[in-house]
Design a protein around this ligand. Structure first.
Ligand code: HEM
Length: 405
């Protein structure tokens, strides 16, 4: 699929607001759930925005995540550099290698195990909110809270010194900014791999009570995972949960502030928080231009034939706004049963860290609005700026609140 003969629309498509997918996603859904789009490099790919079609394709063994296969679609040059950079880890591998490597990590991210971290995350959020209150209004909640909760949490989980977080945050940020040159994406990735390698060496010398020490003790030296594979996987674990959760926290706070009546209900009844977090994940869908795949064997779907070598962009942001799966999908509703959303993907690559993301998001939502009930936008809520980024991402979130005399 390299020749563009009938000029399909360009991808990525423009968003009209930070809170809604591009209108073109709905048009594709109405036309059967998938349609061809034109990428920056002149090739075409299938944009899939129907809920059933996204689930069906992401669950189909006839598509591949292997970025080196001919036809793999990259939505932007920055994303191509990012996805091709660095050692491959299980996010870019198909079964059986994916199965072998992912299995090494599954038990450490099981819901039960992650739930034991709730008090740690609560302390992190409480300390940050205390600091914000001490500094007084206004504050940028992207830097003061949204960026800090995931980075401090992952430092605790993996056993990284808190002082290192500025280093990996800056590198991760550079990698994910779509305008970063391919050379700089590769340099930043290599620096992160070197950091992961140093960390593993340190844990081999001085084991502690953390995930990397456990991985080193349980897994290295066996025949399931090599040292290079572990380095690449640790690099993935440091980054995968960082920008994603940061952006969900920032946009989640902004979404709740834009729906004050529902926010009042949440404050009055914290038991609503877990469902509200699922609805935030569905409604915002920060993975707005992915996941991406390439077809390896022909697939017939929604009256179309996808040929081997065709690129597929399974836009979960479109699927999560499908009225067939979520009645009145454009409406934000904390009372909705939204847990079947695909914000964490679907199929064998479905997000490994989702239990951790849920604990972080639930803790922030419950704690922030309880401790700062008068929180509100410091500027125009319609002027929030979205960054040129791999994930949907807010540049800043200026908020203010009443200070009690
Ligand atoms: C995979 C979303 C947080 C670790 C994924 C995928 C999505 C996603 C959509 C599937 C990618 C694909 O199919 O190509 C999110 C969102 C998050 C979040 C929206 C926050 C709200 C986290 C956290 C961690 C994490 C906290 C771990 C610390 C991973 C890993 C994969 C993954 C390791 C690869 C799984 C595989 O390929 O088998 N995530 N994620 N994520 N996520 Fe997350």
């Amino acid at each position: 699929m390299t020749d563009v003969t009938d000029s399909p629309p360009a991808f990525p498509m423009t968003r009209l607001t930070p809170f809604d997918p591009p209108p073109g996603y709905a048009a594709v859904r109405d036309a059967g759930g998938l349609a061809r789009v034109r990428l920056w490099d002149g090739r075409t790919a299938w944009l899939v925005t129907g809920y059933e079609q996204v689930r069906s394709l992401l669950g189909d063994p006839r598509i591949s995540v292997d970025r080196s296969r001919a036809g793999f679609p990259f939505p932007t040059p920055g994303r191509e550099a990012l996805e091709r950079s660095g050692a491959t880890t299980f996010v870019g591998l198909d079964p059986p290698d994916h199965t072998r490597l992912r299995r090494v990590f599954t038990k450490y991210f099981a819901v039960k195990r992650i739930e034991t971290l709730r008090p740690v995350v609560q302390r992190i959020v409480d300390d940050l909110v205390t600091g914000i209150l001490e500094d007084g209004p206004p504050a940028d909640f992207v830097t003061a809270l949204a960026g800090e909760v995931p980075s401090r949490t992952i430092c605790h989980v993996l056993g990284m010194p808190l002082a290192d977080r500025a280093r990996f945050q800056a590198l991760d940020h550079e990698r994910n900014t779509l305008t970063t040159s391919p050379e700089n994406v590769i340099r930043a990735t290599n620096e992160m791999l070197a950091y992961a390698d140093e960390l593993i060496t340190r844990k081999q010398r001085e084991p502690a009570d953390d995930l990397i020490s456990r991985l080193v003790a349980d897994q290295l030296g066996g025949d399931t995972i090599s040292r290079d594979e572990l380095v690449a996987a640790v690099r993935l674990l440091i980054t995968a949960g960082h920008e994603t959760t940061t952006n969900m926290i920032g946009l989640g706070i902004a979404t709740l502030l834009r729906h004050p009546a529902q926010l009042r209900e949440l404050r009055a009844d914290p038991a609503l928080v877990p469902a509200a977090v699922e609805e935030l994940l569905r409604y915002i869908s920060i993975f707005h231009i992915s996941p991406t795949r390439v077809v390896v064997e022909p697939i017939d779907i929604a009256g179309q034939r996808l040929e081997a070598g065709d690129g597929v962009i399974a836009a979960v942001a479109g699927a999560n706004r499908d009225d067939a799966a979520f009645p009145d999908a454009a409406t934000f509703d904390v009372h909705r049963e939204a847990r079947h959303h695909v914000a964490f993907g679907y199929g064998v690559h479905q997000c490994l860290g989702q239990p951790l993301a849920r604990v972080e998001l639930q803790t922030v939502v419950e704690t922030l609005f309880r401790r700062i009930p008068s929180l509100r936008f410091a500027g125009d809520p319609d002027a929030l700026e979205i960054k040129e980024y791999a994930f949907l991402s807010l540049a800043a979130l200026p908020l203010t609140w009443e200070v009690k005399p």
